[in-house]
Design a protein around this ligand. Sequence first.
Ligand SMILES: [Zn+2]
Length: 372
Amino acid sequence: MQATTFEGQLRDPSLTSPDQSNYSVPAVLELSATGISAQTEGHPARQLSWSGMRLRRNDGGAIEFTQAGLTVTSLDPNILRAVESLAGNDLGNDIARLGGASVSGPWRTRLGCLAVCALITWMVAKVPACFDAVTEGVAESIPYSADEAIGELATGSMPTNGKEITDPVLRGAIEVMLNRIAPHRSLPDAEFQFKIVRNPTVNAFALPGGYITVFTGLIEKATSPEQVAGVLAHEISHVTKRHGINRIVKAAGTAAVVAVTLGDLGGVEEVAIEVLTSVTMNGYGRGDESEADREGVRMLIAARIDPEGLAQFFETLEVEQEGEVPVWMSTHPAPGGRAQAVRDQVFELSSTPEWEPLDIDWDKLLQRLDEI
Ligand SMILES: [Zn+2]
């Protein structure tokens, strides 16, 4: 599940320090569907409602929420993602602005119109769409070279907790998969490089610019090359859909990310590593994960790799983990639904292609993994 509790500070005019100046106290910020509850030691919890709340980044770089005379702040970049999913309708405008996207005049006007009761039905249907349109386009104005520079910068700092495996047989197998899938990517500029890391966790992740890491735990859990290829297609989709750079733009701002393309990495390095480290453990969030599933299946179909492998892999994880869902799937409340979504997408095809098996001897590969 996405975290909904964050460390932060509460500033409340009714709490005054001995010298009578306003002061901030450490607070645990709990986000819910209605707003933020700020819990502090020695004081009753303060409630800030999403409705009427203002959101900005303060001079110290923290995300600051203000409502009804109360202010809470947090330096945790993940809080924006949580706010986006819980309060997108109320705060979409502010989140988009923090993400660096310019919010157009007409959009503001339309939001103003939404207050009219007669338009309530329209509002329910359209506001989430408006919000998506603004946030999805964040990376569009940023050259792909920014993704590559940030990926290259961050790849060495990710917590893989294992030695890289350079064995040519194992690398060769992943290369066979990539060579089948990559020609069907939606972003022609994207190129991919990968690392296999000795780590029993069932995990894989992709960084902006095409830096993919596969843990041996994932290979060992799979019973066919098509299952691993399914995961790779999913990871490639995070790259081509530019999910990583979107997140970094939201956390660091467009200007800092654009500066990367001019060789200035200083403004974004810390935030990028923080954001991407979280991604390696928590995934990209529910919306992006679903999009990567769907785009991954599209590529698998185009490559004539049977997506049933991916569906089976989701099911294997669900059964064998006995409720303990691996980290990279954890943003999905129902992994079973994920397998079904893969099958539904194949079912939608007017004609099913003739699948071409991947030319990899899977038993031999697992044996090799044991030996080295
Ligand atoms: Zn993912």
